[in-house]
Design a protein around this ligand. Structure first.
Ligand SMILES: [Zn+2]
Length: 267
């Protein structure tokens, strides 16, 4: 069995579309007044946390277990564990920057990281986006509707991240057009991972359950290790309730996208 060209083209369109859409949306957001961004970006991060947790735990993990069969559940757990540790090590190597919230944290003194990083973030994000492409491809090969739900989860966490990145690049003295252009280029790097994974997984479908488990680890890591610590920097009961509501909304949107009303249940 080999990957069908239609599948590879669909994955290329999905990953390219997400990259393009998030980069364009981030370019619009960055033109908003600072006060509006400070209001919106932390809410986007809460919502993205929900979409990532929903996709990882209601989508990828059960899909992986169903595809591999119950006899493989321990191996799948080991892949999730290995994936989490891999992302931990990558972040240690500063190849992995997903500190969306740094630039717009409401806590005082959240400005520490903005000056030093500069274009280094682009390499880390490029690599991250390649992995996002792999994640979308694995979901799409599992079934197309799940691919679309996953593309949505990728869009929602990429948007605040790219707004933060463009802000950092501008802050480091880069011109506006160059910052927006480089961010766009890095965003569409997802196509590389998507096309390579669609081809490889289409050729070796036996690997798909493990790719799904790895994807679960990637989304879990971004949600729990990168986004949630930023949410804790916003103090107050009202804020906590609002964050929880937005997280649940993110979960619900992924659930509804993956299980459209009137569609076939169960899967
Ligand atoms: Zn991402």
């Amino acid at each position: 069995m080999s990957a069908s060209p239609a599948t590879v083209i669909a994955v290329a369109a999905l990953t390219g579309g997400v990259g393009l859409a998030s980069a364009l949306a981030a370019s619009v957001f960055i033109a908003l007044p600072e006060a509006a961004r400070r209001l919106l970006v932390p809410r986007l991060v809460s919502f993205a946390t929900g979409t990532l947790l929903g996709a990882a735990l209601l989508g990828f993990l059960p899909e992986a277990i169903e595809a591999a069969g119950p006899g493989r559940s321990h191996a799948l757990g080991a892949v999730v564990l290995g994936g989490l540790l891999l992302f931990f090590v990558l972040e240690k190597l500063v190849l992995w920057r997903h500190s969306h919230d740094d630039a717009y944290a409401e806590a005082p003194g959240g400005d520490g990281h903005r000056h030093a990083v500069g274009p280094m973030i682009l390499w880390g994000d490029g690599l991250h986006n390649v992995v996002d492409g792999v994640v979308i491809a694995a979901a799409y090969l599992s079934h197309p509707g799940f691919g679309v739900a996953t593309a949505l989860a990728v869009f929602t966490h990429e948007l605040p991240q790219e707004i933060g990145d463009i802000g950092i690049l501008l802050h480091s003295g880069m011109g506006r057009l160059r910052a927006l252009g480089l961010n766009l280029l890095v965003s569409v790097a997802a196509v590389l991972g998507g096309v390579a994974a669609a081809w490889a997984l289409g050729t070796a479908l036996a690997v798909l359950p493990y790719a799904l488990a790895f994807a679960a680890a990637s989304l879990l890591y971004v949600a729990v290790a990168d986004l949630i610590p930023g949410l804790h920097r916003h103090a107050g009961l009202g804020r906590a309730v609002e964050q929880l509501v937005l997280i649940l909304m993110g979960v619900a949107v992924i659930w509804l996208t993956q299980h459209p009303a009137g569609g076939a249940g169960g899967a």
